[in-house]
Design a protein around this ligand. Structure first.
Ligand SMILES: [Zn+2]
Length: 477
């Protein structure tokens, strides 16, 4: 089966042909570790994991690198405000990120380098860039000269003249061209620093990915991925740096996932202040978030709504109830052969996955299979039943739409039902008391009316008598 991948360099779907047949060199830009991850960060992470899994299930051997940015302005700022060492602060959140990624059912990457552990390679690469005539030094700062790199803009389809015209911020006087970017900068007091040929300092943001990719994957990669927001300038700069230092193509295919959009009002209503992956997963379980993220093609925008969330919960429940149920299916000795829908399921899923990683299409195949198997569960031959288990295992390995721990997923959803019904029961109780208070007031039983107000106040419920005679309530903190 031929794998087709939408390549953002050509803006078209192309046949994927890795440098070494059967082997993939794959890099995905990872998180900056200054705080807990937000669910907005989850999409790029899960999409990276999805590519990794799909390559493996299509038979590729994958060398997958996902970095941690542990040296960065945001980290230094946060660490200083807490009176903590910046590298230590980042290390705490590298661990927290790992916990979140595990909870989303992500497979470990082959390599997960940190900036703080890649300094010699970063410095070497900057030296190569300068040596090859693409870098210059001003006041201890090393800058990249974009005008020297003739292909600058080939990924984002921007040209340098257009960039100058669009420049709204005040131009840094040190730069020869407004789009020149920092490779190395001197450390200010209170900042972490490393020794370098240009004095004590630290790298700019973009150079780390170029250096890490080269360290673990070589000079040329097969696929590079990141969120669409990283295409410019980050990925454009990665290309400029790597090609200037190495003198050859940096990466043959570029894939970008679209945003997860929380702009709508419905989103804030459904999630309240549950915005961290951690908090979401505590309430719904990581499988729900993973499911929602893989149920839309990675190049399509995902608008978060109450309906999307509810459908995610329902589908995750359906899948995992089925998976547990199927463990106890018994073959019917009278049945023979294997139904086409079961026999064709893995090839159909592979076909979808080979079409630009279409996990949503593969999920559609899985749901047709699920419906068919449930309806015919008493009439499966031994061979059919064996294939049913193979399909479930493939769905687990290829996209993770089936969790490795179905029991955990369902027990989480059971807890969610209880929480929801408890909240419902409490609201009903409050409404009942409000009704009783209304009657008490109508019959001038002021003592009882006040008593009810106090009972509710003890439950942290505050009543408001509106001019139109209605009563509303809110939870007070
Ligand atoms: Zn990167």
């Amino acid at each position: 089966m031929t794998l087709k991948v939408f390549n953002n360099l050509s803006r078209s779907k192309e046949t994927f042909s890795p440098i070494e047949p059967g082997k993939v060199k794959f890099y995905s830009c990872g998180p900056t570790t200054y705080d807990f991850l937000h669910i907005g960060n989850a999409r790029a992470l899960v999409v990276g994991d999805l590519f990794h899994r799909i390559f493996k299930s299509l038979g590729y051997e994958v060398n997958f690198v996902r970095n941690y940015t542990d040296v960065d302005d945001k980290i230094i700022e946060r660490a200083n405000s807490l009176g903590r060492d910046a590298i230590e602060h980042a290390a705490i959140f590298v661990d927290e990120c790992r916990t979140d990624m595990d909870s989303l059912g992500m497979l470990p990457a082959t390599h997960t380098p940190k900036v703080s552990e890649t300094m010699p390679e970063i410095i070497d690469m900057i030296q190569d860039i300068i040596k090859n005539g693409y870098g210059y030094i001003v006041e201890g700062e090393v800058l990249y000269d974009v005008t020297k790199f003739k292909e600058y803009g080939k990924l984002s389809k921007k040209d340098l003249d257009g960039l100058v015209a669009g420049q709204r911020v005040e131009v840094d006087q040190k730069k020869k061209h407004p789009s020149d970017f920092v490779l190395w900068k001197p450390a200010k007091p209170g900042e972490p620093f490393w020794e370098s040929p240009w004095g004590k300092g630290r790298p700019g943001w973009h150079i780390e990915c170029s250096a890490m990719a080269k360290k673990f994957l070589g000079k040329t990669l097969d696929l590079h991925h990141g969120g669409v927001d990283l295409m410019f300038p980050h990925h454009e700069n990665e290309i400029a740096q790597s090609e200037a230092a190495n003198g050859c193509a940096f990466c043959h295919n570029w894939a970008h996932n679209e945003f997860l959009n929380f702009g709508s009002e419905k989103m804030s209503k459904s999630l309240g202040n549950v915005v961290r992956i951690r908090d979401f997963n505590e309430k719904y379980g990581g499988q729900v978030l993973r499911h929602i993220l893989i149920s839309v093609h990675y190049r399509a925008r995902l608008e978060w709504t109450e309906e999307v969330l509810q459908r995610g919960v329902d589908e995750v429940r359906r899948i995992h109830e089925f998976v547990l149920e199927a463990k106890n299916y018994i073959a019917n000795p009278k049945a023979t052969g294997v139904d086409k829908l079961i026999a064709d399921c893995i090839p159909s899923m592979k076909e979808e996955l080979s079409n630009d990683f279409n996990a949503a299409g593969s999920a559609g195949n899985f749901f047709s299979f699920l419906r068919f198997v449930k309806a015919n569960k008493d009439n499966l031959s031994a061979e059919a039943l064996k294939q049913v288990h193979e399909v479930i295992a493939f769905a687990n390995a290829s996209t993770g739409i089936v969790s490795s721990n179905p029991e955990d997923v369902l027990s989480h959803l059971k807890k969610l039902d209880q929480d929801t019904s408890t909240a419902g029961a409490e609201a009903a109780e409050i409404e009942k008391l409000i009704e009783e208070r209304k009657t008490a007031k109508a019959t001038k039983n002021w003592a009882r009316a006040d008593e009810i107000r106090d009972i509710l106040k003890a439950k942290k419920i505050e009543l408001k008598d509106n001019p139109d005679g209605t009563v509303t309530w809110k939870v007070i903190s």
